[in-house]
Write a protein that binds this ligand. Sequence first.
Ligand code: HH2
Length: 307
Amino acid sequence: MAIDHLDRRPRSPDPMSPRPQPVWSHALGRLRLDRPIVMGILNVTPDSFSDGGRFFSVDEALARAESLVAEGADVIDVGGESTRPQGATPVDAAEECRRVLPVIGEVRRRFPNVVISVDTVKADVAERALGEGAAIVNDVSAFRLDDQMADVCAHASAGVVLMHSRGGVSDMATFAHASYGADVAGEVLAELLARAEVAELAGVRREAIVLDPGIGFSKRSEHSIAVLQELPRMVDAGYPVMVGVSRKRFIGEISGVRDPAERVHGTTGANVMALAFGARIFRVHDVAAARQALDVAWAILQPELDG
Ligand code: HH2
């Protein structure tokens, strides 16, 4: 029975096979994807699900950014609007700009070597953040919620993360739209590929696009686990893949750990599996743990180190 179960598991992509895109191009250059890329989360929000309110002032956010860099983050993802599962409070573009722009500008000045992404669904916010020194737009709606987003990203040659979700900001992290047929991963992939087409038609270059299955977004735990199990299918679509498993609900449900801040070990387990299944970019709260785990797992995955 155990063997049956193993036999049905999707295989990880062959690490020897050439990956179509070894780089991720963004507004200020390129990130090489020949090692795991760690994206540290910097929420400048009063209500994020696992660290809301902790880094709300500019000074506090900068101190946090400094730790993320010291712990080995390649990218800092600055977000000013929460999508927390309990139902987030949408904020307008002016308030979101007030939260993120000073932080982005200052992080850019103090840490010129770190790449900054802005976590937003609004084209206005993205455009102004790119003007302050962000190089990547991380859109949890994959350009669904703002018609101008694709144009803004194309015009700035921004790197983009197209994350799978359904619904609006206030319900995308709930189960309101979590209905799937038998092939959850196939549905998620098809919806994401349609968004990638929209992006490319607007002029976003293919090598600027990263796909993210949107763990916990419009997904029950079994849906999140299904898309992670079948991550190689997403990788085979030819775009680099990012995952955001950090401290999420499915880890709490599997482990029984209620406090999100205590879910670092479960996060590590999920990230390492995602790496083996072909993900290359990892959005995390706990950068030091992810850096160490992913670098070690990556070294073990390298064929030239075998035997
Ligand atoms: N998850 C969250 C927010 N942004 N972006 C991408 N690309 N992928 C994710 O999985 C993802 C994301 C939710 O986590 P967090 O930022 O900690 O919480 P909040 O939405 O409350 O700010």
